[in-house]
Design a protein around this ligand. Structure first.
Ligand code: ADP
Length: 422
């Protein structure tokens, strides 16, 4: 079996966001962590999303990793390729969006791609090439203060123009209002005028559908998960993809349930307080962890006899003043590392002891746990709350249900509801 869509995402949560939206639009989707091994079998998946860490790394590394991902996806038979970046176009004048897109086009022996970060549902719109986050221009939205890639210019034609030697044009709002044929004609004009890229205006989701219909012949599409969500309907129209009512179906996985949390976000703290009203919980403390492994051993011993009863919670999450205290005494990085490593060990040992359904709260924490469990790929299931799907993976030959929740996501009853919906 060949896949239909091969996607390359420039960071992990961006990849999950994309994969989640593809499932919702009817594609069976697998997310891989890094470029898969040559013999990795995507099974019956319609789409594979390769999650890279290429957003803020050196350009050469981002290009090399993206090309390696492309080669794998090509070998898996993908009919169209997608380069996923953030809807706020997170990048610098050096890259990495321009150089990666250039390299992918070159590898695909093609000379044109649309650039469509917009996602009106999530309040990212583009007008006359200017990107808005909510009701503010990108460079007044707070993104101008981002620590790694401050976005100080909202004009994406100009921003991308600084990252590529290719010419950048605009697929404008007025043309998109006239529908697919007008969009195709405009793209042809831009191509004939020597443009390598067209920034796409979009004020409403319906324009994403027009864009998707106009680019079905393109080898490469670049953008956020908004435009990606509009692609599966086109694939069905073309006969590439069967209608699939339950693209998020996973195996029935039952067994002991565990939550580990290293997220200190407002939302997670609320979810923990809510969960603790009816469930057993064990708190880890970075200052104690700094003294040795004792507290992790204690947490594991505490959990073992309770496995298989109600879901358990092991957490280090703490309110801002406690986090600041730990950081002042240990240093920000060391406090974070200690907690991540401790939670990763708890997860690894308790999965070995039989946990089959695992929720991890926190982006960095999820990274540490996924790497401790040596997870290489995730089959994406139904969404629990916007942006957070259940996934299925294999650890030591056993199927595990895994949900990775980044900081601010999820309603207050997220943890208990997540297990109920499984
Ligand atoms: P989020 O998705 O909410 O940002 P992350 O896991 O990405 O969550 O980041 C939270 C960071 O805070 C992690 O590095 C984690 O190890 C660290 N951390 C968790 N609990 C504490 C604590 N009590 N004191 C200091 N740092 C902590």
């Amino acid at each position: 079996m060949s896949i239909v869509l091969g996607a390359i995402a420039d960071d992990f949560t961006g990849a999950t966001d994309l994969a989640n939206n593809l499932v919702r639009a009817g594609m069976r989707t697998i997310q891989t962590i890094g470029v898969p091994d040559h013999d990795f079998d995507p099974g019956d998946a319609d789409a594979v999303v390769v999650a890279l860490k290429s957003r803020s790394c050196p350009v050469a590394e981002a290009v090399a990793d993206s090309k390696a991902a492309l080669e794998w996806l090509r070998a898996a038979g993908a009919r169209q390729f997608f380069f996923k970046y953030c809807s706020t176009f997170d990048s610098t004048d050096q890259g990495n969006i321009g150089p990666v897109a250039d390299a992918l086009l070159e590898s695909l022996e093609d000379d044109f791609a649309v650039v469509c970060p917009s996602f009106p549902t999530n309040k990212r719109t583009v007008y006359q090439g200017y990107l808005f986050a909510g009701d503010r221009l990108l460079n007044e939205s707070g993104m101008e203060n981002h620590p790694l890639n401050p976005m100080t210019d909202a004009d994406l034609v100009r921003v991308l123009g600084r990252q590529t030697d290719g010419k950048v044009g605009l697929l404008d709002f007025v043309t998109l209002q006239q529908g697919r044929h007008a969009a195709i004609e405009r793209i042809t004009q831009l191509r004939n005028a020597g443009c390598r890229y067209a920034i796409c205006d979009t004020l409403e989701d319906s324009q994403l559908e027009v864009i998707a219909a106009a680019i079905s012949e393109h080898k490469l599409v670049t953008g956020g998960s908004g435009i990606a969500q509009a692609l599966p309907a086109e694939y069905r129209r073309l006969g590439w993809l069967q209608a699939n009512k339950d693209a998020g179906k996973l195996s029935q996985i039952s067994g002991p349930e565990l939550v580990v949390s290293g997220s200190c976000s407002q939302a997670t703290l609320g979810q923990i307080a809510h969960f603790k009203e009816n469930h057993h919980a064990f708190a880890l403390d970075p200052l104690t962890l700094a003294g040795g492994d004792g507290q992790v051993d204690e947490a594991i011993e505490w959990a073992l006899p309770k496995l298989g009863g109600k879901p358990l919670l092991v957490y280090a999450s703490a309110p801002p003043e406690r986090v600041r205290q730990a950081q002042q005494q240990l240093g920000i990085e060391q406090a974070g590392q200690l907690v991540e490593q401790a939670l990763a060990r708890v997860a690894r040992e308790l999965v070995s002891a039989g946990v089959r359904r695992l929720i991890v709260a926190g982006g960095e924490t999820s990274g540490a746990v996924v790497s401790a469990l040596a997870v290489r790929s995730l089959r994406i299931g139904h969404q629990i709350d916007p942006g957070v799907p259940w996934t299925e993976t294999t650890v030591n030959g056993k199927n595990i249900a895994l949900a990775l929740k980044s900081g601010n996501f999820g309603g207050v009853d997220f943890f208990s509801r997540a297990f109920e919906v499984l």
